[in-house]
Design a binder for this molecule. Sequence first.
Ligand code: NAP
Ligand code: HSE
Length: 429
Amino acid sequence: MNETQTVRLGVLGCGTVGTSFCQLIQERADEIARRTGLSLEIGKVAVRDMSKTREGVDPSLLSDDAEALVNDPSIDIVVETMGGVDHTKDLVLAAFAAGKPVVTANKELLALHMPELFAAANDAGIDLDLEASVAAGLPFIRALRQSLVGENISRVMGILNGTTNYMLTKMTEEGADYAEVLAEAQRLGFAEADPTADVGGFDAGSKAAIIATLAFGEAVRAGDVHIEGIEGVTSADISNAQRLGYVIKLLGIVEKNADGSIAARVHPSMVPSDHPLASVRDSFNAVFVEGSGIDQVMFYGRGAGGHPTAAMMVGDAVNAAINLRSGYHSKLGDLPPANIRSIDDIKSAFYLSVDALDQPGVLAEIASVFGERGVSIGSMEQENADDGSARLVFITHVAVERNLRDVLDDLEGLDTVKNVGQVMRVVAD
Ligand code: NAP
Ligand code: HSE
């Protein structure tokens, strides 16, 4: 009979994700041992504040010395759930230097330093597992790295942030207030330590960089991603979108162009209400992959929260443990820098709302600006306000971003235009 081998896990951080991870390992240890022959044990847990109570975590495992945990010879695998970048990167590199695989959910770290971290893991001949770093609770990264490796992927488009999807869902369906619903997302454990990372689109931007890197095999970093958040989305935009047959979603989109360049962006988008991404509600995420052979495949699941994230990290820890004990490691490819296409050169249809004087000739003047800049209007609606102004809501045909920006500049310069409101890209049917 084969003996069960013990693998000891050192967990960095014991907050929303780390606590759930420790609880889940304890709950599932027997079943994991039965299925894999490996007994996963929590060996140590590093935290900042030793006085806090951590539900379901044995206090005798706690330490406030993260370096000592990483270098402790009794720890086999490091599970990083503390967030942060510089110090955390040093700890991850120290783990590799000590021959320990690392499991992480830290998209911020990965989006800044993935090529160096991949190279260090390769040099050490050990695993770096990052399933929970993108779309927390859905098993997408391993599918991208393994099942889809033979696929020529052209585009990946997804709802990559649970907090903002939760907020937009509540604002759309219940007319919820922005600040209140953000506080609720924080209370539920969806938001980052600094929630401006969520609402400002930076969290989704980091995830888009990771996806682009893995989908196309070239290094795309956080700074390569064009990012716009949801702060400017108003209740008027939400109701305009609904009336026009769309739902507003914060999308991350990465594309490989025919010239080999890569475009990566995150921004609020108008999604047709019959598109599969339109029905992704609350903190759920979905990732829509398009490729030459598969055509389209969609992954769907809980995109934030302690338990969904921990579930993926437990899977990663089991994978790392199996490889560690068998002496195998999943090589992570070399990542040459990507040729990034500027947002100015990307094509899209656009929604924009313009508040203008309600007078003869104004509409014709505004329409001529679009025409002069080569942007074709697909549809236009007018709503009259009590103050004698008109709100004009346009949806354009597909146009080059640079030309649309010129339209906006020209409109801002017209005396008859009082305000140019939110501009949003529209996803094609
Ligand atoms: P969190 O609740 O703020 O927990 C962070 C934990 O790290 C805390 O226990 C904190 O200790 C500990 N910590 C921070 N700095 C430390 C240091 N220098 N030494 C030792 N411990 C330290 O954060 P979280 O929501 O669990 O997120 C953790 C990571 O998972 C982040 O990278 C995040 O982006 C990622 N992630 C989160 C989610 C989610 O839904 N929350 C989903 C996917 C990925 P104290 O408790 O003592 O302060
Ligand atoms: N704050 C992130 C979100 C956690 O809301 O999606 C998951 O990465």
